[in-house]
Structures are given as C-alpha cells and as structure tokens.
Write a protein that binds this ligand. Sequence first.
Ligand code: ADP
Length: 153
Amino acid sequence: MNKKIAVFPGSFDPITKGHESIILRATSIFDEIYVSIGTNAEKASFFPIEKRLEWIRLVFAGQPKVKVDKYHGLTVDYCKKLGAKFILRGLRTSADFEFERSIGQINKKLYPDIDTVFLLTTPEYTALNSSIVRDIIRHGGDPGPFIPEAVKF
Ligand code: ADP
C-alpha cells in the first residue's frame, strides 16, 4: 500500500498551538506528515530558520509520523520529490479560505496529482497567528499560552 504522505508547509515563525493542533489531528489521517519550512518566501523571518526547525522538532519528538524539514523552490516540486500527494493547511477564517483557494487551485494546475486537505481550526485557536506571538515577544509579554509547551524562549 502506498503511504499517505502530506506536507504541511509554512513559515512557523514561530510554531504556535494552532499549528500544533492541526498537525496532531492530521496524524490520524496520514502516514507521514512533513512539517516543512519554505525558505524562499519573500518575507524576512523574525526567528532564524535553524531555531524554528529546532522548536518544531522538540514539539513532535514523540510523534514518529511527523518529520521536520525545509525546502527551497515550489511546494509542489518538493511534494513530488517526497512522493507526497497531499498538502495540509489549516483554515481559520473566510479570509484564509480565499487565500488558500487560489494557492490550492494553482498547485493543482501545476501538479494534478496533488490535493490540498484543509482542517478547520478549533475555536480556541481561531484568533491565533504567529504574527501576534511575535508582537507579544517583541514587546516583552508572555507568549506561553499561545505556543506549544515544549518551546521555551
Ligand atoms: P504561511 O507562511 O504559509 O502563512 P504559517 O506558518 O503562518 O504559514 O501557517 C502555516 C499553516 O498553518 C497555514 O495553513 C495556516 O492556515 C495554518 N495556521 C496558522 N495559524 C493557525 C491556527 N491558529 N490554527 C490553525 N491553523 C493555523
């Protein structure tokens, strides 16, 4: 049987409890989930890539299905290389939906074998995003309630 492999692409700058929740829920759907940081995004990151990868590794240390990686170039080319037929994304709001719809449809055009699978955010994480967490850290607040237990600043 072919393994069901999904890629969860993002910047994870930093990983939040929202990301963690989506990834953990996806472990009951897929055989392997690559949580992968794309390194060619135009936006400059707040935390260095090695730090972001290290935090994700810590969070999923006890989850053998979860792999942590980085890639350069198009997400679909990276998926082809891995043999991944699924892209995993979280949906918080209708704004997320519009954004994700266009990326998902373009990715499907670029690589017809790929399907994007969306998991709805649980209500308590709908307002959460990495940029809010960065703002809290930047201004000396405590990001503890919003980031996974394993991540320590
Ligand atoms: P990107 O740089 O692609 O926006 P992010 O690291 O912000 O990457 O997010 C990666 C994925 O995680 C996206 O699918 C996004 O919708 C999802 N995500 C982000 N925050 C949350 C959250 N609070 N709850 C559920 N999913 C989330």
